[in-house]
Design a protein around this ligand. Structure first.
Ligand code: IFM
Length: 784
């Protein structure tokens, strides 16, 4: 690994200190074997292309139970016969550093550190650490070393990563050796070429190459020193350390995923190494921090009066901003983003329903890429529909790179028994969920290029699927039989309200899209209808299919029956099971739970959250009050929809309870294991509950509407959203006051309490929700 000889030693002191405002920094003190995997997930860093778990920088060798893992978005493979469906494979761990004193390892066991602290600086997207080490052997036991480190993957140039380690000797003189090597490089991947400065590997089945180029150097007392030994992707330095001496190690990497040949990639590696040396860690850090500042400018949420809620929203914003890559529309965000192995990097409806609201309204470019991933995987969705005997596009319930179904057919259940998994066949609402997110994105952005070139096709092909899937039966109605709704406890059910009503919405929205395209882009419509072979007769069939769809709504009670026969099932009083530490399907068993009304996660309640217009009068409240007590929240997604709906219904205290429980999933020391990665959908849900729930934001044709119901603890809530190319800053305050500022763009409207207010750049508005009255404030300031 080559050192950049001409570069000066840099001062790492500043960059190794966390942001001064402690509210931006998560701290983990000490070492606890039982918490290590949780910290690995919680302190993960990422940029949508690379993700690295928050493992310790300086560790013992093999005995460490939670090594750093580097995930690369889209690097899927089925590396061996034991693995039945594609999953994310691991890249080499480029972060390992081992230290030895006088030839003996400084850390023999993971706990061999006198004091240590890890810090996730959420403002700048870096993990920092600090530890005190003493010598392990009698001869060197008087040696004291303070080690500090920084790790990042750049939000500015997503292929780049940086590791800094500083060692300050406080006492004793000793021979110190620092070894830096890549580890686990051939765990999942086949080695194509290794050299001192770069490695090239291939996936075994999917023929994707991964290249990592690196440059590292060591400065002792400000002077660069040459490595003592070097090998393939490894170097070590040995020097005599004295009290007061500072040694700084820095390693930069450039990582690329590619389908290029080995020689071409080797050429790129050499160019990248030169580029890394020129760039240097300081510039890399600066551009990374600038990119984070921009993301926070557009997505920060401030809550006054509720520090835990503030912390939860910040943590959510941190991981949400770390998870997306607007520059790659061939990948999406997995259920655990790039922070852990659970679900093996597979993409679920989590992205469209629980994450897209955040991206669409704070980072439309990222939202567009995520939806384009669904456009690029249409072929897989069409193939799945065809294979199962239907038309149009049925998206994979678990999706990887091609859009083929990747849901495993069997898994080991929580009771350690083999369980058949029907999701890949039966969780078909995914198609309507994708269409829903496309429409939401279109509403918020008016991105014509996207709608005409990709979005319309998704909505039309998913509608085509539903028209073939919902069968006309003897009763003159369309039924969708043999599905699983969001409540996964009940399998192979008929006429799930969520699925049917979403399918009906999908069919009707497709007809709307056609009307829109005919009016506004007749040429594009002509081309698309030709390409899809979609004529008026088929559109008429879609309309009648929507009209004939069974919705399972009982007009007498205003309640949807969750699926045919649900009301006849055994009712269980979940209050009797409060305090349980395992999910209800484990408590009652899989067989039994299917015969009860216990719901795993929001199902009809999710429908209220997504299509509130389907619930008129007091229907939303009635359905919420009926289903909420029947829900066991066996999924991390569940409380999000409950919180959203409760907040919109004005049940702010209840909603805050759901918000707090959701924030505890990844931040609390609860029973929920997060070893397998953070629950990104739940984090997206925190944003959704705050903005679409407590602030009551929704989109209108000319702007946004607000209907705030802040919890009493929240003295104010401040956030920004993007609406059709404009940035809107909103500040919800006590006594129903809203300050709204448009930061550029042509005027838009804000609808509050039934009144529409025009908001123009440079003319902030102060609106009172109590009366719906609004007035302009002077210039950029606020008139009190
Ligand atoms: O998509 C979810 C599903 O709704 C419940 N089980 C976990 C999946 C991934 O988060």
């Amino acid at each position: 690994m080559g050192a950049a000889k001409t570069r000066e030693s840099r001062t790492t002191i500043d960059s190794l200190e966390p942001t001064a405002d402690a509210a931006w920094v998560l701290v983990a003190e000490g070492y606890d074997e039982l918490r290590e995997s949780t910290i690995g997930s919680r302190f993960a860093i990422g940029n949508g292309f690379l993700g690295i778990r928050g493992a310790r920088a300086l560790t013992s060798a093999e005995s460490d139970i939670a090594p750093a893992r580097t995930y690369v978005a889209g690097l899927f493979d089925t590396p061996n016969a034991a693995v039945l469906s594609p999953g994310l494979v691991q890249a080499a761990d480029w972060l390992q550093v081992r230290l030895s004193l006088g030839g003996e390892p400084l850390i023999r066991h993971p706990g061999d550190v006198a004091a240590q602290r890890r810090m996730l600086d959420m403002r700048c997207g870096v993990v920092l650490s600090e530890g005190w080490f003493g010598g392990p052997e009698p001869g060197v036991s008087n040696v004291g070393i303070r080690g500090r480190s920084l790790r990042l993957v750049s939000l500015h140039a997503r292929g780049l990563g940086l590791e800094l380690i500083e060692l300050e000797t406080h006492a004793g003189e000793v021979e110190l050796t620092l070894s830096a090597a890549f580890e686990g490089a051939d765990l999942d991947l086949a080695v194509d070429r290794l050299s001192k400065d770069f490695g090239i590997w291939s996936t075994r089945q999917t023929a994707t190459r991964l290249m990592i180029a690196t440059t590292c150097s060591l400065f002792v007392d400000g002077k660069i020193i040459p490595p003592t030994t070097t090998g393939d992707l490894q170097s070590s330095w040995t020097w005599r350390s004295r009290p007061g001496q500072v040694a700084s190690f820095e390693r930069l990497v450039s990582i690329a995923k590619s389908s290029q040949g080995i020689d071409e990639l080797a050429g790129q590696a050499l160019r990248d190494i030169a580029g890394l040396s020129n760039l240097g860690s300081r510039k890399l850090l600066a551009s990374h921090e600038k990119a984070w500042a921009e993301r926070w400018r557009l997505s920060e949420m401030s809550v006054d009066g509720d520090a835990p809620a503030q912390r939860a929203l910040r943590f959510a914003g941190y991981h949400l901003n770390s998870a997306a890559n607007p520059d790659d529309d061939r990948v999406s965000i997995a259920a655990r983003a790039l922070t852990g192995d659970d679900y093996r990097g597979h993409v679920f409806w989590d992205t469209e329903i629980y994450l897209l609201p955040f991206y669409t309204m704070t980072w439309p470019r990222a939202a567009r890429s995520l939806l384009m991933y669904r456009f690029h995987t249409l072929a897989g969705a069409r193939a799945k529909a065809k294979r199962l005997g239907w038309r149009g596009a049925l998206y994979a319930w678990e999706s990887a790179d091609t859009g083929e179904e990747t849901t495993p057919e069997e898994v080991i259940g929580p009771d350690r028994k083999v369980v058949k998994v029907l999701g890949g066949l039966q969780e078909q609402h995914i198609s309507a969920d994708v269409a829903y997110a496309v429409w939401q994105y279109w509403q918020a952005t008016a991105d014509e290029g996207f709608l005409c070139d990709a979005g319309a096709e998704i909505i039309l092909e998913t509608a085509r699927f539903w028209a073939s899937r919902a069968k006309l039966e003897g009763d003159g109605r369309r039924h969708i039989r043999g599905v699983i709704g969001p409540d996964e406890y009940h399998e192979d059910i008929d006429d799930n309200a969520f699925t049917n009503v979403m399918a009906r919405w999908n069919l009707r929205q497709a007809c709307e899209v056609v009307t829109l395209m005919r009016e506004r882009w007749p040429d594009r419509w002509a081309a698309l209808s030709r390409e899809l072979d979609l004529g008026d007769a088929e559109l008429a069939e879609w309309r009648s299919a929507a009209d004939a769809m069974v919705s399972s709504l009982d007009p007498a009670t205003g309640l949807f029956e969750q699926f045919a026969g649900y009301n006849t099932l055994e009712q269980i009083d979940l209050a009797q099971y409060s305090g349980r530490s395992v999910p209800m399907d484990v408590v009652l068993g899989r067989e039994r739970i299917q015969k009860t009304q216990v719901v795993k996660q929001a199902d009809v309640v999710a429908l209220i959250g997504l299509l509130p217009g389907e619930f008129t009068g007091d229907m939303a409240l009635r359905n919420f009050q009926f289903y909420a007590p029947r829900c066991s929240h066996g999924s991390s997604l569940s409380r999000v929809m409950h919180g959203l709906v409760a907040a919109r219904l004005g049940l702010a205290d209840q909603a805050l309870g759901f918000f707090r429980d959701t924030s505890e999933i990844d931040l609390g020391d609860t029973h929920v294991a997060i070893d397998g990665g953070i629950h990104i959908a739940a984090l997206g849900g925190l944003w959704t509950m705050a903005v679409l729930g407590f602030a009551g934001l929704s989109m209108t044709e000319t702007g946004v509407a607000l209907d705030p119901h802040l919890p009493s603890e929240w003295k104010s809530l401040r956030f920004s959203v993007q609406w059709r190319g404009r940035t809107l800053s909103l500040h919800l305050q006590p006594r129903g006051r809203i300050d709204a500022t448009l930061l550029g763009g042509t005027p838009m409207t804000i609808l509050v309490g039934g009144r529409c207010h025009e908001l123009a750049t440079g003319k902030p508005l102060e609106i009172s929700t109590a009366s719906g009255i609004g007035r302009e404030t002077s210039g950029a300031g606020h008139v009190r």
